[in-house]
Write a protein that binds this ligand. Sequence first.
Ligand code: HEM
Length: 391
Amino acid sequence: MLSTKSFPVIEATLPIIAERISSITPNFYNRLFTAHPELLDGIFSRSNQKNGTQQQALAGSIAVFATYLVKYPNTTPETMLARVAHKHTSLGVVEEQYPIVYKHLFDAIAEDLGDALTPEIAEAWTEVYWLMAHALIKIEKGLYAQQANAEIYAPWKLVERTETGLDSVVFSFEPADETPVTVAKPGQFVSVRMPMADGIRQVRQYTLSNDIEHASRRTITVKLDVNGEFSPVIHNDLKIGDIVELSNPYGDLVVENDGSPLVIATAGIGCTPSAAALQTLAANGSNRKVTVLHADQEFSAWPLRDQMIESVSKLPEATISTWFERGELPEGLNAKAGYMDLTEALTEDAQVYLCGPLPFMNAVRNQALEAGVPAERIHYEVFGPDVWLAA
Ligand code: HEM
């Protein structure tokens, strides 16, 4: 909770800080990477640095956190904190790094605001930073402690690769050393760290798409982004027998086993967490009512299609409906042309899980909210930094 001294200061300065975030952020990262170039080798993503909106996620989330403290003084934004903490732990962020980020962020704020930054304002925002930092550090320590090992990365060997959809590949790995393996939950992701052509390591998070409860196998599905940095390397360079570094599994978009009806709506490569959840439900002989909705550009573009259809056929209470933007519609699968309409599938007690590109998620999330599904029953995963946080 904010101190009574800081509360009015934060309330009064929030609009200024929120407005200045976009000019503070590049300065902050410049300072951070000049002082700590090692953070660009295997921790921060170079691609995200090139994208202004994505760059704002970190600093922007502090303004969102402050807004929350002012509006709901006795609570903290758990969903946002959990999302950031899972991302951080998958990258190996540790407590000792928080003072470093603090220094460079606040130096950037001081430079940006100049004389407008009185000691009183600086002190109040320092309080916000550390409230948020300590909340994150606490969750992150808990997440690290749940793992079967104390490593950030362990070496895994590629044992299988299979094309799926038009431009995606399923990669399966097995442990390449004796590091104990944490059993994952459906919906979780791992960080993959690999050297790029210039030797600098980059990291991306990929949802585990199959073999979830298999203790000695990790399977991810990667869509090729021809303009991206990472996916062309993993698609073109990774051969059977090659070793990559994988983190322990993290992520809290885990389908809770509370028995309530599930509505799982996905688009494109966003189907990976749902494919994992369906496979796990089928393997456990679940009788849960599950409505699977998937939208894709065309039938042949749908990654993990056969796996998902097979899982649905094994679940006695599951149905599937599909939408395709172009091409011939398949027989069955309740296929329709055009964009997804969620409304028919919604029931009052449903838990709704969404995953796909942002425009899709905005559209279907609004449909669910308009249909009266309470926000706490709508769960979502954004691939890439969550720009809703900074909104
Ligand atoms: C990502 C917030 C401290 C390293 C993020 C994201 C947020 C965030 C909102 C984006 C999450 C998403 O993907 O949706 C914060 C806040 C901090 C903090 C509020 C302090 C209170 C740190 C520290 C480090 C760190 C100390 C370690 C040097 C990272 C990295 C990413 C990230 C590497 C991923 C960015 C990328 O992919 O380029 N953080 N963070 N953060 N954070 Fe933090």
